[in-house]
Design a protein around this ligand. Structure first.
Ligand SMILES: NC(=O)C[C@H](N)C(=O)O
Length: 361
């Protein structure tokens, strides 16, 4: 009995796949190595960041120097940081670092600890204005030096994505998926599939082949790439609501004249104890002093709707973060304040999509 031959379709087409005739090995990638578990060394006191160690381990893994890899330059930061020690001035260091070499490379990889990776990815998406090259943030749960580890695939995948695709976005690459950076949250300190992209599909899935959601990728910018906001000294706070939170606590949390904004991590669709007069007046007073109050949801898949109930945090002056993650809401608020915009403009912009941080498909 004769069988018709199986005709395989051409591989999935992506308009972001670079097709200028160059090979992957002709491309060059810049790697900003900030720290994180991926490059740590095992010692009697546990894992520690060790200068030079990540590159040493990489040089013993043939894949990183294979013929079909792009060339890459690694800028190892000094000191290497566990990401739990990072603050907005570290975001600026990464942003300026990329800015300084932007025209010399095809794409960028940021090696970073997982703990605050979603905050950094969110912040970079705002800080790197008019980005038209891929910036892929990655790290791992287990150090690359361990025999069984997730760093090999994460780092190889991030480097190849930055080399082969011209996706003009800050992405977070983990466990074979690239997610929009400002949609991500760290969900697990245990699973190798540690991040999720809440209300938004993954942008890229790497299986036997690479599947790119062309329909979701941001349009290339029309303006010139720039880093114009310095968020290092912007003072905002994040207040996570919990049953029993007192007005006194909120008042003290906001009682600092340098505070310019606050993200209120509220329940469900943005709810809080609106019947508590002390709580509401602590917020109202801050709002009257010019502190921008942003109501974001503490759920991982939620949409703030301040008009759903008769009384809401809107009565205290809060503006809705809609479906933004806490990480994105904080980063966006800091960024908008750093731009020096008026309070009214910042409040207007929070619920409006700027760089893919909100809106569902
Ligand atoms: N897996 C990791 O990278 C966790 C580490 N504590 C960090 O965030 O730097």
């Amino acid at each position: 009995m004769a069988f018709d031959p199986i005709v395989l379709p051409d591989g999935p087409y992506s308009k972001f796949k670079r097709n200028d005739g160059l090979k992957t090995s002709d491309r060059s990638i810049y790697i900003a190595y900030t720290g994180g578990t991926i490059g740590m060394k095992k010692t009697d006191d546990g894992y520690v960041p060790e200068p030079g160690y990540l590159e040493e381990v990489m040089s013993n893994i043939p894949n990183f120097s294979a013929d079909d890899m792009p060339s890459y330059t690694i800028n190892e930061y000094d000191p290497l940081l566990d990401s739990s020690q990072m603050n907005p001035s570290n975001w600026m260091q990464i942003a300026y670092d990329i800015f300084n070499v932007y025209h010399d490379y095809d794409g960028f990889v940021v090696i970073h600890g997982t703990d605050t990776m979603a905050f950094t990815a969110s912040a970079l998406s705002f800080l790197l204005e008019n980005l038209d090259k891929p910036v892929v943030v990655t790290g791992s749960q287990i150090p690359l030096a361990e025999t069984f580890n997730d760093g090999v695939f994460n780092l190889l995948g991030a480097i190849q994505l930055a080399a082969d695709y011209s996706i003009p976005e800050v992405m977070l690459y983990f466990d074979h998926h690239a997610m929009r950076g400002n949609r991500t949250q760290k969900l697990s300190a245990w699973d190798l599939d540690a991040f999720e992209s809440g209300f938004f599909p993954n942008l890229v899935t790497q299986c036997v082949t690479t599947l790119v959601r062309d329909d979701l990728i941001l349009d290339p910018p029309t303006g010139t790439f720039a880093v114009t906001a310095d968020v290092s000294d912007i003072n905002v706070v994040l207040i996570h609501l919990y049953p029993g939170i007192s007005g006194d606590f909120v008042e003290r949390a906001l009682d600092d004249s340098t505070i310019e904004g606050a993200v209120i991590l509220a329940y469900g669709t943005g709810n809080g104890p609106v019947g508590d007069d002390d709580f509401m007046s602590a917020l109202t007073d801050a709002n009257n002093r010019g502190v921008v109050l942003v109501d974001a949801t503490q759920t991982h898949q939620g949409l703030v709707n301040l008009d759903e109930y008769g009384a809401s945090l809107k009565d205290a002056g809060c503006v809705s973060a809609k479906d933004m993650t806490a990480e994105a809401a904080l980063a966006k608020l800091i960024y908008l304040l750093a731009k020096g915009y008026s309070i009214d403009y910042v409040k207007d912009m929070i619920p409006q999509n700027m760089i893919g941080e909100l809106g569902s498909v």
